[in-house]
Design a protein around this ligand. Structure first.
Ligand code: ATP
Length: 234
């Protein structure tokens, strides 16, 4: 459902993503793991139209989307949960969630999705009139995921959802990601925390200095010696 063909991305003259090709099936959780600066966020930012690729193609449900503006990518059914959450600090939890649905006109369905997000994240429901800046890091991460769900996407891109969270919160986040997938949404996760990502994902790719060095089943990758030493630390 999402296919990346020979994607190359530069920032100015600096090469960030180097001839990457990947394909992930619909309805699954998949991940790209890699260390700092490997180019993981750049791939997600290019899919969602925030960065223009130098060359290559991105196909979503068989249609090319590379180079489309972010708004058009959201309209095609892709939502992005960025690294560092980027919730709107001066808006309430409820306002942040409603912004996620800004392109939708189906008011009854938006209302249903809002109620659904409140049911999935009772902590957000309790705090719906609170300003987002007053939430804890984990609550802000939930809000960023909730906001993405409000766009009614078929694919959710998640950039380092476990970053900065306590072990208990990481486990909660993993449950949330599984439940998002159980609703029929595909998830593409990028993570430095390979342990969590490989437990959640079906297929996985390792990115090193902008290039794919390994692809395969996540369950098998957990046992790969290089992956264990470099990304799991055991
Ligand atoms: P991290 O896990 O640390 O977030 P990453 O794998 O997501 O890393 P990217 O953020 O995609 O890596 O960065 C890939 C490369 O592109 C890095 O060398 C980074 O310094 C560079 N880069 C990223 N954003 C920009 C930018 N806006 N301008 C210039 N260079 C950038």
């Amino acid at each position: 459902m999402i296919e990346i063909r020979n994607l190359t991305v530069h920032y100015g003259r600096a090469l960030a993503v180097d001839d990457v090709s990947l394909a992930f099936a619909a309805g699954t959780i998949n991940c790209i793991i890699g260390s700092n600066g490997a180019g993981k966020s750049t791939i997600l930012r290019t899919i969602s139209g925030l960065v223009r690729p130098t060359s290559g193609q991105i196909l979503f449900e068989g249609q090319p989307i590379q180079g489309l503006p972010p708004r058009a990518v959201v309209a095609r059914g892709i939502a992005h949960v960025p690294e560092g959450r980027h919730v709107f600090p001066e808006l309430t939890v409820e306002e942040n969630l409603r912004i996620g649905a800004y392109l939708r006109n189906d008011r009854a369905a938006v209302r249903r999705d809002y109620d659904h997000v409140c049911a999935v994240f009772p902590r957000l429901a309790e705090r719906r009139r609170q300003l987002a800046l007053t939430l804890s890091g984990g609550e802000q991460q939930m809000l960023a995921i909730g906001r993405a769900i409000m766009a009614a996407p078929r694919l959710v891109l998640m950039d380092e959802p476990s970053m900065g969270l306590s072990p208990v919160m990481v486990a909660t986040m993993a449950d949330v990601i599984r439940s998002v997938n159980a609703e029929g949404k595909s998830v593409l996760l990028v993570e430095q925390n390979a342990n969590v990502a490989l437990s959640l994902a079906e297929d996985a790719a390792v990115l090193e200095q902008g290039r794919i060095s390994l692809v395969g089943k996540a369950a098998q990758m957990k046992d790969d010696d290089h992956v264990r030493v470099a990304y799991i630390g055991v």
